[in-house]
Ligand binder design. Structure first.
Ligand code: MG
Length: 362
């Protein structure tokens, strides 16, 4: 028994390595961690102190969710490549869980939403009231999350297309619209709308810089809002767009704040060439990428029969204006228009998140 004095009983070994005696027995059975000695007469198992290191590694790998079989296989053929593979598997699984969580959240929001055409009443000045009906549709592209967000508020409609890796884009676009919604409710004038947009920029910028690393978060913003003193206003930064369809004529109300948009307006690039330009995804303005943002804003006339579209670039890149007009001409209400636009964009191979918010005025 002298040699066993240097060994640890299963209870002491368990306390040292953090694996329960039950686990130790199952790992012994699987050949993963076999006791160094067994007392012939009592059947007690003993582990050597040399085995503590392996036991602690096994405990950590189990904590990382690696199966007993996979760990046993690793110890038979220990390679770094296997750790790389586990790392990828964990990332994939985490992404899948996050996606399911986001989809569950979206499904709940959908279930809680009012019927398809959301009716809101926008008051224009004090003398004229127009009824607006809004419909929203969105399709996630090839990314792991849909980074587009939409807002249907009281006389306030907006889309935002988030920029940033992992969840950052999704956070930025939602944060911008939630901030805008709350701030506009506090001041519904034209200047109130602009300061609400600037507040949205500030909120995203603060969030982006909160971690003290290089800020990588941002979002586009396109807003159509009925103000209390200046009628309908369009405000935007980035390449999300606003259109108005009136009497069959489709007018784009926004200029894309992109490198190619600038080149097209300067007459240095055609629309066709823009679709393949290496910098076609480069924005020249966005919310949350600096402490301040330059916003374009303009008043736009609005009357019964008008239809307004807000969309992200995933949709506008997949649907040329003439195709957009055809799709809208064939649709009924706001929701059907939004659904058809997104379906047409997806049918055209949109790989980015594609979002349409349609407002009809009656
Ligand atoms: Mg996009």
């Amino acid at each position: 028994m002298d040699e066993l004095d240097e060994l640890l009983g299963i209870g002491d070994f368990s306390a040292e390595c953090g694996l329960s005696p039950k686990m130790l027995r199952s790992y012994a059975a699987a050949g993963l961690l076999v006791p160094a000695a067994v007392d012939r007469s009592s059947g007690y198992r003993y582990y050597s102190t040399d085995q503590l290191h392996r036991a602690r590694v096994i405990a950590l790998l189990r904590h990382a969710g690696i199966s007993v079989e996979a760990i046993a296989s690793y110890f038979q053929d220990p390679t770094d490549a296997r750790f790389d593979r586990w790392d990828r598997e964990i990332a994939r699984e985490a992404a899948g869980r996050r996606r399911a969580l986001a989809e569950a959240r979206a499904a709940l929001a959908l279930g809680a939403a009012p019927p398809p055409d959301r009716r809101t009443t926008a008051t224009r000045g004090s003398s004229m009231a127009l009824d607006t009906f809004a419909g929203v549709a969105s399709h996630r592209g090839t990314g792991e999350t849909n980074q587009d967000a939409t807002l249907v508020g009281d006389g306030l409609f907006a889309v935002a297309d988030g920029i940033g890796g992992l969840q950052d884009g999704e956070v930025a676009s939602r944060l911008a619209l939630d901030t805008l919604d709350a701030a506009f409710a506090a001041g519904r004038s034209a200047s109130g709308l602009l300061s609400a947009c600037r507040e949205a920029n500030d909120a995203v910028w603060r969030q982006a810089t909160a971690r003290g690393t290089d800020p990588t978060m941002g979002t586009t913003l396109a807003v159509v809002a009925m103000t209390s003193d200046a009628g309908m206003l369009v405000v935007h930064a980035g390449d999300s767009r606003a259109y108005r369809l009136r009497d069959g004529q489709l007018d784009q109300l926004t200029d894309d704040h992109t490198v190619v948009g600038d080149l097209i307006r300067a007459g240095k690039l055609t629309d066709d060439d823009a679709t393949t330009h290496p910098h076609r995804h480069v924005l020249t303005r966005a919310l949350g990428v600096g402490p301040t943002v330059e916003l374009d804003h303009a008043g736009v006339s609005c009357r019964a029969g008008d239809l307004f579209v807000l969309c992200t670039d995933g949709l506008s890149k997949a649907l040329a204006d003439d195709r957009l007009r055809t799709v809208l001409a064939g649709a009924g209400g706001a929701q059907e228009s939004a659904d058809r636009m997104v379906a047409a964009a997806v049918g055209n191979g949109a790989d980015d998140d594609a979002t349409a918010l349609v407002v009809t005025v009656r």
